[in-house]
Design a protein around this ligand. Structure first.
Ligand code: GLN
Length: 495
């Protein structure tokens, strides 16, 4: 019961078959037993969580609970969480305690969710494997010799290992969807602007998007209902009427619940460079979608091959500007010994940032510098527009775009750390969603020859979250990939 999805836990809490205190206690026992192997959590606080659980039980008893009241959650350590250390996986913020909470953190607390702890991540969300954390790599619960994906790998691993039913992440170039795929859970990147960035420590402001991780698409819809909303403190937060993202999921399905849904298959997603097991699993999933009534149409996404270089120019440019604030004066780490102010800046930043963050700052500063701005940054912005126009043309022919989330299942720890370009290429299917701002989900759709999970990505046009979630939900009603749990973790629990 304790490891069930939110949609099963919520009625148990509501009917008092289960209390939030019991659930929270059981999950903390799992975390204590399993986290030393996974390194998914950077901070956790049982006492504080039990206080929140008692308050949630009182709210459940009083009858003014939300569907999320009493459900434990963990937040990626890039989200400001009042009174908690918020480190971004960096030495720079090793001892930084957040003075206020991010919008999405506040909203989930208001819904009555029980905060369990903060999850490990690539330093400043830069990475695809959760190996660049100053606090050591996160391990994949399916096989601890493999990476869980990144940068939100602590959150994806925590949900995969059933340490929490839900977690938050942020997706700048794939950091929710890719770790969801490699860890075998669901991860939703909403439309840019649907979830406020207030309190999200900025990596690349025009791309950063908070979103949920959970076991099922249905749970992601419940979480998004609480996380979405207008926030005047983020100037790019969209002001639109409240939406119930789970509404389509509740409609009676029948034998062909996806009748009328047109799925676009970009030929760019089914070419070379995709692992054979991944291609086979995606193909089998496509068969299920057809059985559910969806039709398919071949589409093309011109310039898609340019999305990785374009992303790494734009994201690095924005990062070099955003990370200028970490100067030893205002936040976090400051070098102990220095000669003058300039020397203090230099030593602080040399000590506080890891190699990948420095690489991004160097690239970003370079592409923004006089003489290179037009050749790189401006050019990248122009190609970003072309890529977005390609998607708009595709969406004239289809409602959803289907393909793999990542070209391979999880890779071994250390396999790509010495070759940044290989690491960046893992983002080939996810970065375009950030360049266009449109929503996408990754859901489990099978396993590779090593028994590692494979992710399926469903993308839709702006604000079509409910359509994406509904398609994912109908697929999950017809299959059971989302119910599979890592075997060694199950053994650990039985002991
Ligand atoms: N892997 C990508 C990067 O390293 C995306 C990271 C993210 O989405 N935060 O930049």
């Amino acid at each position: 019961m304790f490891t069930a999805p939110i949609a099963e836990l919520a009625p148990a809490l509501a009917s008092k078959r289960l209390s939030s205190v019991e659930l929270t206690t059981a999950l903390f026992d799992r975390i204590d037993a399993l986290n030393p192997r996974l390194n998914a959590f950077l901070a956790r606080d049982r006492k504080r969580a039990l206080g929140a659980a008692r308050a949630a039980d009182a709210r459940l008893a009083a009858g003014n609970a939300s569907p999320l009241t009493g459900i434990p959650i963990a937040h990626k350590d890039v989200l400001m969480t009042a009174g908690w250390k918020t480190t971004c996986g960096s030495r720079m913020l090793e001892n930084f305690v957040a003075p206020y909470s991010a919008f999405v953190v506040e909203r989930l607390a208001d819904a009555g969710m029980v905060l369990v702890g903060k999850t490990n991540m690539d330093e400043f969300a830069m990475g695809s494997s959760s190996e660049t954390s100053y606090f050591g790599p996160v391990k994949n619960p399916w096989n601890v010799d493999y990476v869980p994906g990144g940068s939100s790998g602590g959150s994806s691993a925590a949900v995969a290992a059933r340490l929490v039913p839900a977690a938050t992440g942020t997706d700048t170039g794939g950091s929710i969807r890719q770790p969801a795929a490699l860890s075998g859970v669901c991860g939703l990147k909403p439309t840019y602007g649907v979830c406020s960035r207030y309190g999200l420590i900025a990596f690349a402001s025009s791309l950063d998007t908070p979103g949920p991780f959970a076991q099922t698409a249905e749970d992601c819809a419940l979480l998004l209902n609480a996380m979405a909303g207008h926030d005047p403190r983020d100037s790019t937060s969209v002001d639109r009427p409240r939406e119930d993202y789970a509404r389509l999921l509740r409609a009676p399905g029948g034998a062909k619940p996806l009748a009328g849904v047109r799925i676009g298959l970009p030929k760019e997603y089914f070419g070379d460079g995709i692992d054979a097991d991944v291609a086979a699993a995606v193909d089998a999933a496509l068969g299920e979608f057809r059985k559910l009534g969806a039709t398919t149409v071949e589409v093309t996404l011109p310039n898609l091959d340019l999305s990785v270089p374009v992303y790494y120019v734009i994201a690095s440019a924005e990062a070099s500007s955003n990370l200028a604030r970490f100067d030893g004066v205002r936040y976090g780490h400051r070098a102990a010994k220095y000669d003058d102010l300039t020397d203090m800046y230099k030593k602080t930043r040399a000590e506080g940032f890891g190699a990948e963050v420095k690489r991004r700052i160097l690239i970003g500063t370079y592409v923004l510098s006089h003489g290179y701005y037009d050749a790189y940054y401006l050019k990248a912005q122009q190609v970003r527009r072309l890529i977005a126009e390609g998607f708009q043309r595709a969406y004239q022919q289809c409602d959803l775009i289907l393909g793999p989330t990542a070209p391979t299942a999880a890779f071994k720890l250390g396999a790509k750390t010495s070759d940044p370009v290989q690491m960046y290429l893992n983002d080939i299917f996810t970065v375009a969603g950030n360049l266009t701002g449109a929503p996408a989900i990754s859901i489990p759709c099978g396993f590779d020859r090593n028994g590692l999970p494979i992710g399926l990505q469903l993308q839709g046009n702006h604000f079509r979250e409910s359509v994406i979630l509904n398609a994912a939900h109908r697929y999950q009603q017809a299959t059971d990939w989302q119910r599979r749990e890592p075997a060694d973790i199950a053994l650990e629990t039985a002991r």
